[in-house]
Ligand binder design. Structure first.
Ligand SMILES: Nc1ncnc2c1ncn2[C@@H]1O[C@H](COP(=O)(O)OP(=O)(O)OP(=O)(O)O)[C@@H](O)[C@H]1O
Ligand SMILES: [Mg+2]
Length: 249
C-alpha cells in the first residue's frame, strides 16, 4: 500500500478537495483505496460518502477493532470525538499505535489517502509518521515564505521520528487566479522551493467547488468546463507519477 498525507498548517487551501480527488482518481483506476479523514469537520467523509464504505472510526483503528475480514475495495475511516479525547501525555503512544495499526491494513489496499485538519497536533504528526509521502496544497494568495519554512520544519520534525525520511511528493498550487499577482507569487514560490512545486496548478474554478458540494469528482459531473477537468487531472496524474517515482514501481 502506498500512502500519502495531505497536510499543511493552513485552513481552506484545498486539503480536502485534493484528498477527495486523489481518492476518486485511484478508485477510477480500479485500485483498492483506503481514505482516512483525520479532521473532525468530516469534509472528506462527506465528499466520499456515496462512493466509499465506512469501515469505522480512527479511534477504533487505534483500539485494533477494525474488522479486516470483510473490507470493501473503497474504504473510509473517519475521525471521531474519541480521537480528540486522546490528547495529553499519552499522545506519543497513540501516534505509534496509529502507525502500527495502519501497517496492518497494508495488504488490503493499494493506496491510502490521509486528509488532515489545519491545526498542527498529534493527529497531523501521526499521519506524517505513517504515510510514505506528503503533499502540501498551497494557495498563492495565502502563501508566504514563512509558510514554506514551516513546511520544512514540519518535515524535519516528522523525520526525527521516522526510520526513513518522508517522501515530499510536492507542493500543489490550488485556487490559483489568472492574475498577474498570482503569477508573480507562484514564480516566487518556485524560486524558493524549486522542483518541489508541482508543474500542475489548479485554478480557482467554481466547477471544482460545485463538484465538491455535489460529492463528485469534477471529471464525473455533467456540463463541467474542460479547464476544471484538465487542471484536476493534470494534478492527479503528476501526483501519481511522483508517488510511483518514490517506490520505483
Ligand atoms: N480549485 C478550487 N476552485 C474553487 N474552489 C475550491 C478549489 N479548491 C477548493 N475549493 C473550495 O474551497 C473551500 C476550501 O477547500 P477545502 O475544504 O478543500 O480546504 P481545506 O484545506 O480542506 O480546508 P480546512 O482547513 O477547513 O480543512 C471549499 O469550499 C472548496 O470547495
Ligand atoms: Mg479539510
Amino acid at each position: 500500500m502506498r500512502s500519502i498525507a495531505i497536510n499543511v498548517e493552513k485552513g481552506g487551501v484545498g486539503k480536502t478537495t485534493i484528498s477527495a480527488h486523489l481518492a476518486w482518481h485511484f478508485a477510477d483506476k480500479d485500485l483498492r483505496v483506503l481514505a482516512i479523514d483525520m479532521d473532525r469537520q468530516s469534509n472528506l467523509r462527506c465528499a466520499l460518502g456515496s462512493d466509499f464504505s465506512e469501515i469505522g472510526h480512527v479511534s477504533e483503528l487505534l483500539a485494533g477493532e477494525i474488522d479486516v475480514t470483510a473490507l470493501p475495495r473503497l474504504a473510509l475511516l473517519h475521525s471521531d470525538d474519541g480521537v480528540s479525547e486522546m490528547l495529553g501525555p499519552e499522545a506519543n503512544a497513540y501516534i505509534q499505535t496509529f502507525v502500527d495499526e495502519l501497517a496492518k491494513l497494508d495488504e488490503f489496499f493499494d493506496v491510502c489517502v490521509i486528509d488532515n485538519p489545519p491545526n498542527w497536533g498529534w493527529i497531523n504528526m501521526a499521519s506524517m509518521l505513517a504515510a510514505d509521502g506528503l503533499l502540501v496544497p498551497i494557495e498563492p494568495a495565502l502563501f508566504s515564505m514563512k509558510g514554506a519554512e514551516q513546511v520544512g520544519k514540519t518535515v524535519s520534525a516528522a523525520n526525527d521520528y521516522r526510520d526513513t525520511p518522508i517522501h515530499v511528493v510536492g507542493m500543489l498550487a490550488n485556487r490559483v487566479l489568472a492574475t498577474r499577482s498570482h503569477r508573480d507569487r507562484l514564480d516566487d514560490v518556485r524560486a524558493a522551493v524549486g522542483p518541489v512545486l508541482l508543474d500542475a496548478t489548479v485554478h480557482n474554478l467554481t466547477d471544482i467547488e460545485v463538484a465538491m458540494d455535489d460529492q463528485q469528482p469534477v471529471w464525473r459531473r455533467k456540463g463541467v468546463r474542460s479547464g476544471a477537468i484538465d487542471d484536476m487531472c493534470a494534478a492527479m496524474n503528476e501526483i501519481e507519477t511522483r508517488m510511483e517515482a518514490a517506490d520505483g514501481t
